[in-house]
Design a protein around this ligand. Structure first.
Ligand SMILES: Cc1ncc(COP(=O)(O)O)c(C=O)c1O
Length: 413
């Protein structure tokens, strides 16, 4: 399908997600917790079921037919995912992990533990998810490196003047979230990569909230590493992706040791398998990887530019409606310039309480710190409520959210 923005056929899309027909106490589910985990379309569910019905076997180990078929499907899934994010190196640049978190840890352990030392700096942003923030923070502690955090502006954007000052020749790694899972801010990660490279540093992009929701091309961004999760893009849980430039992955030590990641083993030593298997120790995420490739097909069929436009329109509508109330504080940039999510607080109602009340109307949102505690400290609140959208959400569902917030307002009046 063409990448020219066309409206999504939401009714047809919803038919692919039977879970959306669920009702709680007579109310149809309104699922607005997509930044945490999206629902899974029928073709992906079918792919998983079909794999177990027809092809299930261990990969790379058997010479029998099933194992060979499973191996081919699993290997080709890497190529499909590589194509989805524009990695021209194909499977050798795509490592399947458990999730985004494991992908960050892989780089932090396999690269960071060996390369970082006293005097080195890792530059992050104040809006990092704990997946990147805690990982780099702890690896920095172990290696004697320092972490610095690029501040956000009052509008919730990255302060790029500060970024230009903070990224120096001492910087070894810049790690930034592409789309903030709390603010909805879309960060100029390509520009950050250019600045990092000018100083001889590498660029890690946390794309957990961008690859599922907008066209992302790793080579256009010139990211050295980029990570995302299958369960946020219509794929199954239990699979994430680490993209890495081939020469960097080649130069890195393995992260986990064991079967399948080796070439030759003696009692004294071992050598490593080729990419990406060197980083996929043990029985890998076979059915999940094959299903993730199907999720890529599903999204490409919709057109990622269309997905982006659909979500942006819903986010803008939700933002406009929420900001029209004096008793609602909305976080992040203006409505027409954000990813498909809106975090907010209703005066006098704790976000978790709000979420419970919304749940009574079958409206599912997320409440808490969204794994961005330091960012919430900057925002001056312990928690927020967050509505996040995907390909099957509608304006009517945003209206249901607003009505349910009004119920909460009445209850606490
Ligand atoms: C921006 C961002 N980074 C990383 C993660 C971690 O993803 P996972 O839990 O799949 O590892 C999330 C998940 O919410 C996220 O939103």
């Amino acid at each position: 399908m063409s990448q020219h923005a066309q409206p999504l056929d939401v009714e047809a899309i919803r038919a692919d997600f039977p879970i959306l027909q669920r009702e709680f106490d007579g109310s149809r589910l309104v699922y607005l917790d997509n930044a945490a985990t999206t629902q899974t379309p029928e073709p992906v569910v079918e792919t998983i079921a079909d794999y177990y019905r027809t092809t299930n076997a261990n990969v790379h180990r058997g010479l029998h037919q099933l194992s060979q078929e499973a191996s081919v499907a699993y290997e080709e899934a890497h190529d499909r995912v590589a194509e989805f994010v524009g990695a021209s190196g194909g499977r050798e640049e795509v490592v399947f992990t458990k999730n985004t978190t494991e992908a960050v840890n892989l780089v932090a352990y396999a690269w960071g533990l060996n390369e970082l030392g006293p005097g080195d700096e890792v530059v992050l942003t104040e809006m990092e998810h704990h997946a990147a923030l805690v990982t780099w923070q702890q690896i920095a502690k172990r290696t004697g490196a320092d972490c610095h955090y690029v501040p956000i502006t009052d509008e919730g954007r990255l302060d790029m003047d500060a970024a230009r000052e903070m990224i120096t020749d001492d910087t070894a790694m810049v790690s930034a979230v592409h789309v903030s899972n709390t603010l909805g801010t879309v960060n100029p990660v390509g520009e950050l990569a250019d600045i990092a490279h000018d100083h001889g540093a590498y660029m890690f992009v946390d794309a957990a909230q961008s690859v599922p929701n907008r066209p992302v091309d790793v080579e256009q961004l010139d990211a050295d590493f980029l990570a995302f999760s299958g369960h946020k893009m219509g794929g199954p849980t239990g699979i994430g992706v680490l993209y890495g430039k081939r020469h960097l992955l080649e130069g890195m030590e393995p992260y986990l040791y064991g079967g399948d990641m080796i070439l030759k083993v003696t009692f004294e030593d071992a050598t490593w398998n080729e990419l990406p298997w060197k980083f996929e120790a043990g029985t890998p995420v076979i059915s999940q990887g094959i299903a993730l490739a199907e999720a890529c097909d599903y999204l490409d069929e919709l057109g990622m530019a269309n997905v982006e436009r659909h979500e942006a329109a819903l986010a803008e509508y939700a933002h406009d409606r929420l900001t029209s109330f004096d008793d609602v504080e909305v976080y992040g940039p203006p409505g027409d310039d954000r990813g498909g999510l809106v975090a907010f607080n209703l005066d006098g109602v704790h976000a978790p309480d709000l979420s419970s009340i919304l749940n009574d109307s079958a409206v599912a949102i997320r409440a808490g710190d969204h794994c961005t505690q330091p960012l919430h400290d900057v925002l001056g609140t312990a928690a927020s409520a967050r509505a996040s959208f995907y390909v099957y959400n509608t304006r009517e569902e945003v209206d249901r959210l607003i009505e349910a917030i009004d119920d909460a307002r009445q209850l606490f009046a």
